[in-house]
Design a protein around this ligand. Structure first.
Ligand code: ATP
Ligand code: MG
Length: 584
């Protein structure tokens, strides 16, 4: 493990972090107390509703005029939604659902990019008691069809172009789908026009009684390890969204927050909509996809104070070179965090160089609904570590025994990362896969499918996904370690590492890399990279083979698809590729 440490000195804060004394807060924290202090609950003791906490309580309170979301348009320009405006729009959408005959628990799907209608759909559906499910707008017809039928989607909100291209032809095969709303078209025989329907709906709406255990969200996993699973979440999840936003992203009044996640992925909802709004901050949403220049410009011009992004995006910015950040006034930026994949130590340090701040890695999954392990503003960072569990979260590194019981492993030993069930945003099931859900639990632990180690200071270190581990000549090798070492080489932009079956040693480590601009692929560079990795990792762990690819296959949420690299290497079927970026 790298010995490097970025110290946080308490005398140097511009503003004191929300979580100052980690140990003390862990000690005193309880979810019940947090719920009483940080959420409002529906008036009259009628329960807890995500939409109410995210929008109504602010709109009906002191934040009605405050900007809730600033939408940056592709061609420049922006549209602001105050909490008051968002309240009215979501009220109208909730009324529209009732007029279409949608009932509590019915599924509302969004197939939209980062446009205002997506946010109104999600929040309005939650207020009405419907279950919201986002889809990647880049999905092709097949993944859309699978998810809409599995999820029994009753209403779909999309654009005219997306509908024409991807949904019209499969509509007849979707018996549950009763209505389609097009956000940018007038009513047609088989679709509803957003504008007209919204203006006919009343702007007054009272959120109906909502049990904290009522279903609220359906999120399909990224499909990194196989066929995506549909994780079900309940209204109570908002407590975890809220608390983790405050403690792990350091939200406070006056913040301008930018989450770059695609709305089709769980991060795009938990932290791209719900957590920041519940915390009453102002969000920036950019309709455009990644562009390094544009991103620096947004950080500067929108005076972003808290930024939440992903390792892929960071690596793409690194590829562009830190010169792009020169001359930018990023003095408003106070906190940067990343999620989705391991954040290589190289990337944490690049943050300091290019943005003036380290990047704080945090770990969670679709199933956990919110951040579980994090590097906090006030805590030293050990680059390469995911940080420590949130207050209210008990984590452990365990081994599942043959008899189904679970053994907690000592510090330093790699094992499966496990969490004690009971936090509010924990998934309540996999859609139609009860047995698979049950298999995730053993000995009063939820087993995450990720392998990790904990050090003596309680920091967690990601080792790899259980499925990606490589067994070579008696060594268990995590791809992350090997990939991080390769990324230290100036030529390497991305790295993905797999185990390739070998009759002598079981598996040999094989690496795939893509290069930064200005570097030439060829045998000389390959040899250099293999030698470079060997000096850093030793012969037992270093890759024996390396291929240079123009780009690595990734999921739409930005994760390197190692199983696809492996299938292609071995000439095996590619399996479910519905979430492959650039795929159909
Ligand atoms: P599937 O479950 O369908 O294979 P997925 O696990 O990639 O897909 P998500 O729920 O979107 O779907 O991703 C969660 C996973 O991403 C985690 O289990 C972990 O493997 C990885 N991950 C997320 N954050 C981190 C992090 N900070 N460090 C390392 N890995 C991370
Ligand atoms: Mg997973």
């Amino acid at each position: 493990m790298p010995a490097l440490r970025i110290e946080k000195k308490s005398g140097e804060w511009k503003v004191a972090p929300q979580l100052r004394d980690y140990e003390a807060l862990r000690e005193s924290f309880s979810w019940a107390k947090a719920a009483a202090e940080e959420l409002q609950g529906l008036p009259g003791g009628r329960g807890l509703n995500i939409g109410f906490e995210a929008v109504d309580r602010h709109a009906l309170g002191a934040r009605s005029e405050q900007c809730a979301i600033r939408f940056l348009q592709r061609e420049g320009g922006h549209e602001d939604f105050s909490y008051g405006r968002l309240y009215e729009a979501t009220n109208r959408f909730a009324n529209l659902l009732a007029s279409l005959g949608l009932k509590k628990g019915d599924r509302v799907f969004g197939l939209l990019g980062r446009v205002p209608e997506l946010y109104v759909t999600a929040l309005g559906a939650l207020k009405a008691g419907a279950v919201f499910c986002p889809l990647f707008s880049a999905f092709g017809p097949e993944p859309i069809q699978t998810r809409l039928s599995l999820g029994e989607g009753k209403l779909l909100v999309t654009t005219a172009a997306l509908y024409q291209k991807k949904v019209a032809a499969i509509r007849a095969s979707l018996p549950y789908l009763k209505h389609v709303i097009l956000v940018d078209a007038a009513a047609r025989p088989d679709t509803i026009g957003w504008r007209e329907a919204m203006s006919n709906a009343s702007p007054d709406f009272v959120v109906p009684p909502t049990d904290p255990e009522d279903l609220a969200l359906l999120h399909f996993t990224s499909g990194t390890t196989g066929k995506p699973k549909g994780a079900l979440h309940v209204h109570q999840a908002i407590l975890a969204h809220h608390v983790t936003g405050r403690l792990a992203l350091d939200f406070r009044a006056g913040d301008v927050f930018w989450c770059t996640a695609d709305p089709g992925w769980v991060t795009g909802t938990s932290y791209g909509i719900l957590s920041p709004l519940s915390n009453g901050v102002t969000m920036v949403v950019d309709a455009q996809d990644f562009d390094a220049q544009r991103w620096y410009q947004i950080l500067e011009e929108q005076r972003v104070s808290v930024w939440y992004t992903a390792p892929t995006a960071v690596r793409m910015m690194m590829k562009g070179g830190s010169e792009l950040s020169r001359g930018r006034d990023l003095s408003r930026l106070r906190f940067i965090a990343s999620v989705g994949e391991p954040l290589n130590p190289e990337a944490v340090l690049w943050g300091v160089e290019a943005l003036g701040l380290p990047i704080h890695d945090n770990w969670w999954q679709t199933e956990t609904g919110g951040i579980m392990i994090a590097n906090y503003a006030a805590m030293d960072i050990k680059p390469g570590s995911m940080g420590r569990p949130l207050p209210g979260i008990e984590a452990g590194v365990v081994r599942r025994r043959e008899d189904g019981s679970v053994e907690v492993l000592p510090d330093g030993e790699p094992g499966e990362l496990a969490l004690r069930p009971g936090w509010p945003s924990m998934f309540r099931g996999y859609l139609n896969e009860e047995a698979r859900y049950r298999k995730c639990f053993a000995g009063n632990w939820y087993l995450t499918g990720d392998l990790a180690k904990r050090d003596t200071e309680g920091y967690y270190w990601f080792v790899g996904r259980a499925d990606d581990m490589i067994k070579s000549a008696g060594h268990l090798i995590g791809p992350f370690e090997v990939e991080s070492a390769l990324l230290e080489h100036a030529a390497v932009a991305e790295a993905g590492v797999i185990g390739k079956p070998d009759s002598t040693v079981g598996e040999v480590v094989k690496a795939f890399v893509s290069l930064k601009p200005g570097y030439e692929a060829g045998e000389t560079l390959k040899r250099e990279l293999l030698g470079f990795a060997r000096t850093r990792l030793g012969a037992a762990v270093a890759p024996k083979e390396i291929d240079i690819l123009p780009a690595l296959p990734r999921t739409r949420s930005g994760k390197i698809l190692r199983r696809l690299l492996k299938a292609r290497e071995l000439g095996l079927p590619e399996g479910d590729t519905s979430t492959l970026e650039g795929g159909a």
